[in-house]
Design a protein. Structure first.
Length: 200
């Protein structure tokens, strides 16, 4: 077997792996993790049970693949937004807030949160999920910190602005479980941006 054929097989294997992970994410987004079934993933991905089990032999490994897919999808979108900012501080702050809003009010966050809440009952999964979250979200926060620093802020000030804005918007996202008021979020974010823009 030639090297080219081996590489092609590896690419096909990686494609199947990605297809199954994407299907797992989409099934959880549609049904919730509590109703997560491997049979639904197989049907959604259009692969055989053997192909799925080859890559993800347990339901736990499939669950981790789903959260990994969700957070990497969110990370990739965020990195594009952060990389497209210039050196205007207000425009960068607004872009960062919008990025967090899209992520924390979107399926990537809700699927990840759903899995995390269920995994809290399983001590063996929780550390792996924390590692996946750190791997996917830390580069996003680091890049927004760099974007603000590029506008002239100190690294500490930029870091504090990033983490506090993420906390504000993620907290509001959780609050939407009880009270979904997009207008209130608009007002909160506008006031917060005005505050951190002028605070030293």
């Amino acid at each position: 077997m030639s090297k080219t054929q081996r590489r092609t097989q590896a690419e096909r294997s990686e494609e199947t792996r990605g297809k199954v992970a994407k299907a797992a994410y989409e099934v959880i987004a549609e049904r919730g993790h509590s109703a997560f079934r491997t049979a639904a993933v197989i049907a959604h991905a259009g692969v055989s049970q053997g192909a799925m089990l080859h890559h993800y032999p347990t339901k736990e490994s499939l669950t981790l693949a789903a959260i990994h897919y969700a957070l990497n999808l969110g990370r990739d979108k965020s990195m594009k937004r952060a990389n497209s900012t210039g050196d205007d501080i207000r425009a960068t702050l607004l872009a960062m807030a919008e990025d967090f809003r899209v992520f924390f009010l979107g399926n990537q966050f809700w699927v990840s949160l759903d899995i995390t809440m269920d995994a809290a009952k399983d001590a063996s999964l929780a550390p792996e999920i924390r590692a996946i979250v750190a791997e996917a979200r830390k580069p996003v926060y680091d890049l927004w910190t760099q974007s603000l620093a590029r506008c002239g802020w100190t690294k500490d000030r930029a870091h504090n602005a990033v983490t506090s804005t993420a906390a504000l918007i993620s907290g509001f996202a959780i609050r939407t479980l009880w009270n979904d008021d997009a207008g209130e979020l608009d007002r909160m974010v506008a006031g917060w941006i005005a505050h951190i823009e002028t605070a030293e």
